[in-house]
Design a protein around this ligand. Structure first.
Ligand code: ADP
Ligand code: MG
Length: 358
């Protein structure tokens, strides 16, 4: 793509000042991100991934960011969506669809936590996101990925894929299949609690990784969450559980040495503390926090296994068998969460009582 085209695109938005430079920015993998510097201000310009229905997606993001702008304690350090001169929330040309945000000045993005405190700070950011949107009508949001965390539906697809056995791989992974199937009932509990209204449907972020949080570069306190492509109605425990699955794991997602994989209880405590401090969860939500962590990990393992059986069509792989390795780390982590369930519940109780006694 030629820079003068990016210049034309950036000028379609209501930016202040004259454009000095436009440069690739950050380490995102989904969208193409650019930093636009004008004589007055800096902006983030993103070419939006073609995977999404852009009109509905941008409607979600517009609604959620404007709602948060009214609720934020520190609106200057939240990213805001910039509209085009004809007041659209994105711009399209033959090279794709583009959106623009204000650049959050003085921020850094961390690829991995360097301490429990970084993880705690990310929990504050995701919890605060939850809190700002607690009275947003979640059901009005579109689902960019249908049934994303509908675990029973994930199992349904898993079982259909076993029956098809298109790659003739079922015989190699009997142990993993049994592991998943023996937990199917428990894996459906959250969805059931959602369907019966016992757990509230909320606005969820669905990509609660540390690199989707901006931190203040000097104080290292979290400022806001970014990457709102997968915002949709869901359970707070999806966000919580997935953050634990990824951030409190002691091994990487495709580690072959499974003895390295367990749940880091200090990290679990740090995230639990931050999340409970920053948003108002119901008693039912709090009661199911550990189950949320387990369910998200199990569901993720089932998705990797399904993709392995299906011939690796969904998750990008860099070597043969990577999805099976990924499935195994997730199932190992599920087992570790099972072993540590009582300890994890105790941690939730302790952190909760600290907040109540304040
Ligand atoms: P992707 O979906 O590709 O991960 P993100 O929306 O997470 O894209 O953005 C990619 C990177 O750009 C982030 O990791 C962050 O470094 C930077 N970034 C995105 N939005 C902003 C913003 N408003 N202010 C400052 N940096 C940002
Ligand atoms: Mg991102």
């Amino acid at each position: 793509m030629k820079d003068d085209n990016l210049n034309i695109i950036a000028n379609k938005f209501t930016i202040e000042g004259l454009i000095d430079t436009i440069e690739p920015f950050g380490n995102g993998h989904i969208n193409n991100t650019f930093l636009v510097t004008t004589s007055n201000k800096r902006y983030i310009l993103q070419r939006i991934s073609d995977a999404f229905d852009v009109t509905l997606l941008m409607k979600n993001i517009d609604a959620v960011t404007s709602f948060m702008a009214l609720k934020s304690d520190n609106p200057d350090r939240q990213m805001k969506l910039i509209h085009t001169s004809d007041n659209k929330n994105y711009y399209s040309d033959e090279s794709g669809n583009y959106r623009m945000y204000t650049f959050v000045e003085g921020s850094i993005c961390l690829e991995a936590p360097e301490s429990t405190n970084d993880f705690y700070e990310s929990a504050l950011a995701f919890g605060n996101f939850q809190k700002m949107l607690e009275d947003f009508p979640a059901e009005t949001l579109f689902e960019p990925i249908k049934d994303f965390h509908n675990t029973p539906n994930r199992y349904k697809i898993f079982k259909e894929t076993i029956l098809k056995d298109k790659m003739d791989r079922v015989k190699e992974v009997k142990e993993e299949i049994d592991f998943a199937l023996s937990r199917e009932k428990e894996a459906g509990i959250l969805q059931n609690l959602r369907d019966t209204g016992k757990l509230p449907t909320r606005v969820t972020h669905n990509d609660t990784k540390l690199n989707n949080v901006l931190f203040d570069k000097d104080t290292r306190k979290s400022l806001c969450v970014i990457d709102l492509d997968t915002v949709m109605p869901g359970l707070s425990l999806y966000d919580f559980g997935d953050a634990i699955r990824f951030g409190a794991a002691t091994a990487k997602e495709d580690e072959k040495d499974l003895s390295k994989m367990t749940v880091n209880l200090d990290m679990f405590r740090a995230f639990t503390r931050g999340y409970l401090q920053s948003c108002n969860l119901t008693d039912e939500e709090i009661e199911n926090i550990v189950l949320g962590s387990k369910t998200m990990t199990l569901e993720c393992g089932v998705r990797f296994l399904t993709d392995y059986l299906d011939g690796d069509n969904y998750f990008r792989t860099s070597y043969a068998g990577q999805n099976l390795d990924r499935c195994r780390t997730q199932f190992k982590l599920v087992g570790e969460i099972e072993k540590n369930t009582e300890k994890m519940k105790e941690i939730v109780k302790e952190e909760l009582s600290k907040i109540k006694n304040k």
